[in-house]
Design a protein around this ligand. Structure first.
Ligand code: PMP
Length: 366
């Protein structure tokens, strides 16, 4: 039996899709800070109106702007409710009187965004890859848009199906993108975007906070029945402090952003992400035992579903992997099989340990 990483901090690698692993230095800092973040109190116990918390939120915005080169004409909001709440919040805020909006469906999450939006808008399916069991990405010629739709929603990376756009969908409408599982893994060209959003529990920190980056010119036209806490313009005017925010989530986001900056920002991170994905796909492609169902040009760099020859072998694989410290490799129940999530906090050594284990497992069971 092979063994994985041993160091004083941990003996495991967590491949979960989210909530996902945090960088070790971030975990260590949290441990240190918990009892006394400010004047003998923890971050969870102090008023969110204190200047020290205001400084934290300002720093988060500044670091996000630096890392992603967010243009000045975009507001950066931190909202509660997870990415799914945005599925409803987006039509509430961005329709501006229009009755329809366009949705590209490439997997579980974009399908749900389309469905949830249907309560507020005539959601038009601009394209769906369901016929391929969500293993492909549509080409631009396949996209159909409706005339008065103010935006086109798509999911840049489908966490469950493991498909990722390599180019933004081409449209003259504002793009609205769910980047929950691949934000901060590569630079973003904001020129065609009206809004980008991502909940935090994959690459930004922990569940409880969603970053919304929205073009300021689109603010101020929310539907009259939009709850104030879901109103982008109000959130912007109040620096995301319209009500008591989940400050611990903000604090962790702050630590993660500092860590990403220390890694060298988007250029360095995107190289690391590509390197880890290549290592993993090379292993799968060189094996007859492991398969990835996704079309090569649609492969996600961060969520990699894979299958073994039988479900029995898959269960055994997951069990044995857990035993040697390779955690949370079970695929989502919607698709079954196995899945490795290789977010920023997963070190290359973790992917190497997993590859080694997979080769060993194939030798003994293949
Ligand atoms: N979109 C994507 C791409 C996701 O992966 C997820 C969660 N895994 C969601 C939306 C929903 O996010 P939340 O649980 O934060 O509402």
């Amino acid at each position: 039996m092979i063994m994985v990483r041993k160091n004083s901090e941990a003996t495991l690698y967590n491949f979960g899709a989210g909530p996902a692993c945090l960088p070790s230095p971030v975990l260590n800092q949290i441990r240190e800070d918990i009892p006394n973040w400010y004047e003998g109190m923890s971050i969870m116990e102090i008023s969110h109106r204190l200047p020290v918390v205001m400084e934290l939120t300002a720093k988060i915005e500044a670091n996000l702007r630096t890392l992603l080169a967010i243009p000045e004409d975009f507001a950066v909001l931190c909202m509660a409710g997870g990415a799914r709440t945005q599925f409803s919040t987006i039509p509430l805020n961005l329709l501006n009187g229009a009755s329809n909006a366009d949705y590209v469906i490439t997997g579980h999450w974009s399908k749900l965004a389309f469905k949830d939006a249907g309560a507020y808008v005539l959601a038009h399916c601009a394209a769906t890859t369901e016929a391929s069991a969500f293993t492909t990405i549509p080409v631009d010629a396949e996209l159909t848009f409706t005339q008065n739709a103010p935006y086109v929603h798509y999911t840049d990376n489908e966490t469950i199906h493991g498909v990722e756009f390599t180019q933004y969908p081409k449209t003259d409408k504002w793009l609205v993108s769910d980047m929950t599982s691949n934000i901060l893994t590569r630079p973003i060209d904001f020129s065609g975007f009206g809004l980008v959003y991502a909940s935090a529990q994959k690459n930004l920190g922990i569940a409880g906070i969603t970053v919304v980056i929205v073009r300021k010119s689109l603010l101020g036209n929310a539907h009259a029945f939009t709850p104030p806490t879901l109103n982008y313009a109000l959130c912007d005017q109040n620096n995301s402090l319209l009500n008591t925010p989940p400050v611990f989530c903000w604090y962790v986001l702050g630590l993660v952003l500092e860590w990403v900056l220390k890694q060298g920002g988007m250029e360095a991170i995107s190289k690391q992400v590509a390197q880890k994905a290549k290592l993993f796909y090379d292993l799968i492609d060189s094996s007859d035992f492991y398969t990835n169902p996704v079309a090569v040009n649609a492969r996600s760099r961060v969520n990699i579903p894979f299958r073994l020859p039988s479900e029995v072998l898959e269960s055994e694989f997951i069990l044995q992997a857990e035993k040697v410290g390779l955690k949370q490799l079970k695929g989502h129940k919607v698709v079954g099989g196995c899945r490795a999530s290789l977010y920023n906090a997963m070190p290359l050594a973790g992917v190497m340990a997993l590859s080694e284990f997979m080769q060993h497992f194939e030798k003994t069971k293949g």
